[in-house]
Design a protein around this ligand. Structure first.
Ligand code: GLA
Length: 694
């Protein structure tokens, strides 16, 4: 069930076959880490190889921050050390995820070309001495990066260790936007491409407002600091431009790599749900999706957030296997307070990624740095070496994953889709709205968590993707909608689909202009209602509400839509406050389908009830019934087998009855009808018969 499947009839895409060859070459599930040999003398490399073999490592990412060692002076390249490292990796049967090394330019670039340094909105120039100090629109940066990438690709094109290219690193992580004059000029070029002429831009940007009409392209700038609210359409287009400018850096490198090594897949590592980079726009440019995941052991919401990100990564790749490129073996160094992962948690969370479609489990990093800003970040091989808990757990996991090769290539099938759109996110969180506190990530979490708790699998879909095959589509706060998205949702529901949409959806078009005709104009017929006014509730104010079946009361907070029914039936209504008697949750039959609308933010228990009621009505459920609380279950299936992964996130042993006896690939031989899963325990069960591959 994928939004971005291979085109029908055309055979597999080149990207899919490049990726296919890569996965075949690994031969097992991938296991490894970022490897930074440039921080260590060569004598250490040999010990690294021995220990990598011991830990079941079959792939490492090399040279991510190696530019200054590869090109110590402009145009003077030193590849000897990397030759030796790649040779050692190959001799030891370890594949290289070879970085293009362009994420952190060497100091000489900034000395020779200070204009390569990025600027913040208030004009501060970000200096070298850290990393990612480049303006994506700088021609000098791009030229220097291209020269390095071409050299690397030519040198290693036929190297037997080369398995996959790793372009840059976490694009947009530290510098998501640059506001320098070069960026402004590039932004104007981007705007000309988008709008063609100034009259169109003036109209789309609503510049009749506040005397903003532009007479010359040169008058347009990036949204630096301004006296009051910047033009919302300008802000929105600047967000689009920034994502595109970074993407242009990625594709420029990818084109060089593709021309020299056409058979080697190219990827970059996506952060977790990262606002500045439109992953849906980037995903088609990746041969395989790769992700860096850093759940916080101190955050109780972290496990469901991680699950959401894994579902997103799987969905970005059209359901195909993805690489967990980085996770911490234990603590990170970059939060205010950095707790280790307690015993068993690294393994459990690694299996969570595997359950949700990853076929490679990797870490940052192999060996803990002795110096530098990340010396207190955990590593598979800590400062204490092999006599450490982290090493014991990591090397055991690497060996254990060797037992699970048969899972490779199997896929997760989801009945539910949750809709997400970056431009809508950018527009939703702009200033001068009914509430400044409306954050999409809060809303996504509130809608997703009940699905995760109930082990109901969900894909994450773009609003313009096909919704065919999903039983339920959940649409949290889709503020900006295109005509195509509106049509797609109408067709989906009228054709029998179920929809759960929440407040402040369908409000504006692609330029943040209100879709006129009464809120939410594109969906009033579909939802059978209108919204008279948005009614944000003051911080701390709660409105009592009640389900009409008399079963439950709940409190709503933060926001209330003043819903006027026009065909929909109320499912829950406010019982006090200014909106007493007004519906908070509605349901409307539309064609052969059903559309739910939630006009507020209920407490967690009520949200669970609402999401699960919508899922039940749509016929979406978990892969096995009756799971104890805290146990996550995901099915991965393929033509050759079907597997149930059970993960116990609770602090207690879980007793799980299975509908039919199954073999636990990690446990004692023989089929079992009942699994006793210890706290933080994992089971990987082979199902005797299985539904058809998605
Ligand atoms: C990111 C980067 C790595 C490293 C880790 C530390 O994921 O890609 O280079 O800095 O964070 O957690």
């Amino acid at each position: 069930m994928s939004a971005a499947a291979d085109p029908p009839g055309g055979g597999p895409r080149p990207a899919a076959s490049r990726a296919g060859r890569f996965w075949d070459r690994l031969g097992h599930l991938g296991y490894g880490a970022d490897y930074n040999p440039e921080q260590w003398p060569p004598g250490v490399w040999r010990e690294d190889m021995k220990l990598m073999r011991e830990a079941g490592v079959n792939m490492v990412s090399v040279a991510i921050f190696g530019w200054a060692q590869l090109e110590p002076r402009p145009g003077h390249y030193e590849f000897g050390w990397l030759d030796e490292v790649l040779g050692l990796l190959h001799e030891n049967g370890i594949s290289a995820c070879l970085a293009t090394a362009t994420a952190s330019p060497p100091p000489w670039l900034a000395r020779l070309y200070p204009q390569t340094l990025p600027e913040t909105a208030d004009g501060t120039r970000l200096m070298p001495g850290s990393r990612q100090h480049f303006c994506p629109s700088s021609p000098e940066y791009r030229a220097a990066a291209a020269a390095l990438v071409e050299r690397l690709a030519r040198r290693y094109s036929a190297h037997p260790a080369l398995a996959v290219w790793h372009v840059g690193n976490e694009f947009g992580c530290h510098v998501p936007a640059c506001y320098c004059d070069r960026s402004a000029a590039d932004f104007r070029r981007w705007l000309r491409d988008r709008y063609g002429d100034l009259d169109t831009l003036n109209e789309r940007w609503s510049t009749a407002f506040w005397s903003q009409r532009y007479g010359e392209w040169e008058e347009i700038g990036v949204p630096r600091r301004m006296p009051a609210f910047a033009n919302p359409a300008q802000q929105l287009d600047f967000a689009r431009f920034c994502s595109d400018a970074l993407l242009a850096c990625f594709t420029a490198e990818r084109e060089i790599l593709r021309s020299i090594t056409p058979g080697i897949p190219v990827t970059t590592n996506f952060l977790s749900l990262w606002k500045p980079v439109d992953f849906f726009a980037w995903a088609p440019h990746q041969d395989v999706i790769a992700h860096d995941s850093y759940p916080d052991p101190l955050d109780p919401a972290t496990v469901s957030d991680a699950a959401f990100n894994y579902d997103l990564m799987r969905s970005l790749g059209g359901g195909r296997p993805w690489i967990l490129m980085e996770q911490a073996p234990s603590a990170v160094n970059w939060r205010g307070h950095n707790a280790p992962k307690p015993p068993g948690v690294m393994r459990l969370w690694s299996y969570q990624a595997l359950a949700r479609g990853a076929d490679a489990i990797m870490f940052f990093q192999w060996r803990a740095s002795a110096g530098g800003a990340e010396k207190f970040h955990s590593a598979l091989l800590p400062h204490g070496g092999t006599a450490t808990r982290t090493w014991r757990e990591a090397s055991a996991l690497g060996r254990e994953l060797r037992k699970l090769g048969e899972l490779r290539g199997t896929r997760v099938r989801a009945d539910v889709a949750i809709m997400l759109d970056w431009p809508s996110w950018w527009a939703l969180e702009q200033d001068s709205h009914p509430s400044q506190a409306l954050l999409l990530t809060d809303q996504l979490r509130a809608h997703y968590k009940p699905l995760w708790e109930a082990s109901i699998a969900a894909d994450v879909v773009h609003p313009e993707s096909s919704l065919a095959g999903y039983r339920l589509v959940v649409v949290p706060n889709l503020y900006l909608v295109t005509v195509q998205a509106v049509t797609g949702l109408h067709d989906y529901v009228s054709g029998g689909g179920h929809l759960l949409m929440s407040f402040f959806s369908g409000i504006v078009d692609e330029n943040d202009r209100v879709r006129l005709g009464g809120y939410p104009a594109p969906f009033t017929d579909l939802l059978g209602l209108r919204i008279g006014e948005f009614w944000p509730l003051a911080p701390g104010v709660r409105a009592g509400a009640e389900f009409h079946d008399g079963q439950d009361r709940f409190t709503a907070s933060f926001w209330a839509d003043a819903i006027e029914l026009a065909g929909a039936e109320p499912v829950a209504s406010y019982r006090d406050g200014e909106l007493s008697g007004v519906p908070a949750l509605t349901r409307h039959r539309f064609g052969d389908g059903l559309a739910w609308y939630l006009g507020t933010r209920p407490g967690e228990a009520a949200m669970r009830r609402i999401v699960l009621a919508a899922a039940r009505a749509a016929g979406a459920g978990p892969p096995v019934p009756g799971l104890p609380p805290g146990v996550e279950a995901v099915r991965r299936a393929g033509p050759r087998g079907s597997y149930l992964l059970l993960l116990n996130h609770s602090g207690d042993q879980a007793d799980i009855g299975l509908p039919v006896p199954m073999a636990d690939l990690l446990g004692a031989p023989g089929p079992r009808a009942r699994i006793l899963l210890p706290a933080r325990g994992v089971a990987v069960l082979r199902e005797p018969s299985h539904p058809k591959e998605p």
